[in-house]
Design a binder for this molecule. Structure first.
Ligand code: CP
Ligand code: NVA
Length: 303
């Protein structure tokens, strides 16, 4: 049987997400009630980080321990990956010693090549092109606060980055719409969006993108790996801050999300991220719960 990987949001069907959402609710409840739940006893997760992380490392490592398993952290600096060992060879070796692998790296093709050579499931913990675990946590967080996301409008104000491409895939799976506004020169790369995707509209003016939105979300202007563009981006993104005025254009009940880490005064004002519509801490916490459901599903299948 083919091994199931989670490399992009679109790798799972709506039916699988609905199952995972139900599992997440159950697993979260157990955690909140201090109820031990160890379905992954004696199983090992290997986590490979080629970029920095706080939330992703912590949520996967804590999550795997809570499920009864172990998690091992590797990074480029200390492992042979940093000395040029081919990704294909690393995948062969690592996947003989563990039950599941999570990778945070640069190009999506790296994780694609890795997964093709892995005997165990591989999870994308962020690439330049996608961040599916975060968007899954965000969709779960929306549903927790407001119910179904189907038919709703999400405003994306900022860079056309990994988070946006995962949101665009989520829109197709769950049937919602994304209003996208990026500064000129930082537009959506059509090669990263399915040509059949009818679930988004591009707006020149970031305030117009927020009009009537049920959720307003943004992310850093300079993602990891693009640091040399930081000065140019600071100029180009002037005006793309999510502030109180933009939130006023959204629905009254609109939520604000940011995957974090955030830069107050750049992509979001302090009044918004620290204000009553912001659910950023729930979003961060839900990384733990959705990923525990994901680990359980990829290792054990439906339980
Ligand atoms: N949101 C997120 O993935 O955070 P980290 O970079 O801290 O893992
Ligand atoms: N778009 C950001 C997300 C960080 C979690 C980055 O790739 O750096």
């Amino acid at each position: 049987m083919a091994i199931k990987h989670y490399l992009q949001f679109a790798d799972f069907s709506l039916d699988e997400y609905e199952y995972l959402i139900e599992r997440t609710k159950i697993i979260k409840r157990k955690f909140k009630n201090y109820e031990p739940y160890h379905p992954l006893l004696d199983r090992t997760l290997v986590m490979v980080f080629e970029k920095n992380s706080t939330r992703t490392r912590l949520s996967f490592e804590a999550g795997m321990h809570q499920l009864g398993g172990a998690a091992i952290y590797l990074n480029t600096r200390d492992s042979q990956l940093g000395r040029g060992e081919p990704v294909e060879d690393a995948a062969q070796v690592m996947s003989r010693m563990c039950d599941i692998i999570m990778i945070r790296t640069f190009g999506q093709e790296i994780i694609d090549r890795f997964s093709r050579n892995s005997r165990v499931p591989v999870i994308n913990g962020l690439t330049n092109e996608h961040h599916p675990c975060q968007v899954f946590a965000d969709v779960f967080t929306y549903i927790e606060h407001r119910g179904s996301i189907t038919g709703k409008t999400v405003a994306w104000v900022g860079d056309a980055n990994n988070m946006l491409y995962s949101w665009l895939q989520a829109a197709e799976v769950f049937g919602f719409h994304v209003n996208v506004s990026t500064p000129a020169g930082y537009d959506i790369n059509p090669a990263l969006v399915s040509p059949a995707n009818q679930r988004y509209t591009v707006f020149k003016d970031p305030s117009d993108a927020c009009e009537g939105a049920d959720l307003v979300t943004t992310d850093v202007w300079t993602s990891m790996g693009y640091e040399q563009e930081n000065a140019a981006r600071l100029k180009a993104f002037d005006g793309w801050i999510v502030d109180g005025a933009k939130m006023k254009r959204a629905n009254k009940e609109a939520l604000f999300m940011h995957c974090l880490p955030a830069h107050r005064g750049e992509e979001v004002s302090a009044e918004v991220i620290d204000g009553p519509q912001s659910v950023v801490w729930d979003e961060a916490e839900n990384r733990l719960h959705v990923q525990k459901a994901l680990l359980e599903y990829l290792v054990l299948g439906r339980v």
